[in-house]
Design a protein around this ligand. Structure first.
Ligand code: GLU
Length: 306
């Protein structure tokens, strides 16, 4: 019960912070009844969206590749509960990002058994897309100008901001300022590690490829806090509330998640943007199925079709 209470309070803080930081479109939520259409896992996804039949996408080199190959290769995270997660025991992939990626595949005419998921760490995303190792990437991937030099983004489809994760009951650090002289962990190649290095030179940093390695180090006492997007941190705290808690400090940045796509494939990008724009009730169903209990409250952001 205590954990539930803590989660609820995290949720409130997250909700308030998101409400403050997000430039939302005010898109109305799904009508009642549509939101319980599925649990977000592979077996029920068809209840939330339909697989397009006889679909073609003229002028998209990525779509041509996918069609020739007969399957979609999607870059994902698999150690971020609630967003992009692989249960190693059941083999089941769950999470808001994973379902968004399935919905996109379905819109292109590809069902679950025609999807190959490839785990790609934060630092390797642009290269994987540029190499053609993945057809598109969906995994807490913030839209930034620097990344736009190498790849394109559809979206945004979600907005969060940089927060802090500490050991349960550790009230010493509520903000990055209070971590001067201490060690903070984040993922290599991520926006939060870059933010610390550029703006908080007094903080010692520890980097790993995966956030789950940071979380392990936090629990072991090797680092003092983990920083990344609040939505990611909430997932870790919910999974292990005995050991972890998200701080109540304000969010430090605004992170707008986009779908990473090959640079110049404007047709695919326009297709995904149109899917997001016209599929508000499906977006809401995916959100409710995966993050409905997380305490995160956010409207679908308006697509920025640059
Ligand atoms: N959204 C941030 C980023 O794209 C942090 C999360 C991540 O590393 O995936 O860098």
């Amino acid at each position: 019960m205590r954990f539930k209470k803590m989660l609820a309070s995290i949720g409130l803080v997250a909700a308030a912070a998101l409400a403050l930081s997000a430039c939302n479109s005010g898109t109305p939520g799904a009508p009642e009844g549509e939101t319980d259409a599925g649990t977000g896992s592979g077996d029920t996804s068809s209840a939330m969206w339909e697989v397009a039949e006889g679909f073609t996408l003229e002028g998209s080199p990525t779509f041509d590749t996918i069609q020739e190959r007969g399957k979609v290769i999607i870059g994902v995270k698999e150690d971020q509960p609630g967003l992009g997660y692989l249960d190693n025991v059941t083999g089941e992939r769950t999470g808001f990002d994973v379902d968004i990626s399935r919905w996109i595949a379905a819109s292109l005419g590809f069902d679950e058994d025609q999807i190959e998921f490839k785990p790609i760490a934060s630092a390797n995303r642009e290269q994987a897309i540029m190499n053609g190792d993945v057809d598109y990437y969906v995994g807490t991937y913030s839209i930034t100008d620097k990344r736009k030099a190498d790849i394109d983004f559809a979206g945004p489809y979600f907005i969060t901001g940089q927060g802090l994760l500490v050991r349960q009951g550790d009230t010493d650090y509520q903000s990055l300022e209070e971590l001067e002289g201490f060690t903070v962990c984040s993922a290599t190649g991520s926006t939060p590690i870059q933010n610390i290095k550029e703006n908080f030179p007094g903080i010692k940093t520890q980097e790993f490829d995966l956030y789950s390695a940071c979380v392990e180090s936090l629990i072991n006492g090797q680092v003092d806090a983990v920083t990344t997007d609040q939505a990611i941190l909430i997932g870790y705290a919910a999974q292990d509330p005995t050991n972890l808690m998200v701080t109540t400090g304000p969010l430090l940045t605004e992170e707008r998640y986009g779908i990473g796509a090959t640079k110049g494939d404007d047709v695919l990008r326009a297709h995904i943007n149109e899917l997001f724009t016209s599929g508000g009730s499906i977006w809401q169903a995916i959100f409710d199925a995966n993050l409905g209990d997380s305490g995160i409250v956010i409207d679908q952001p308006k697509v920025d079709a640059y």
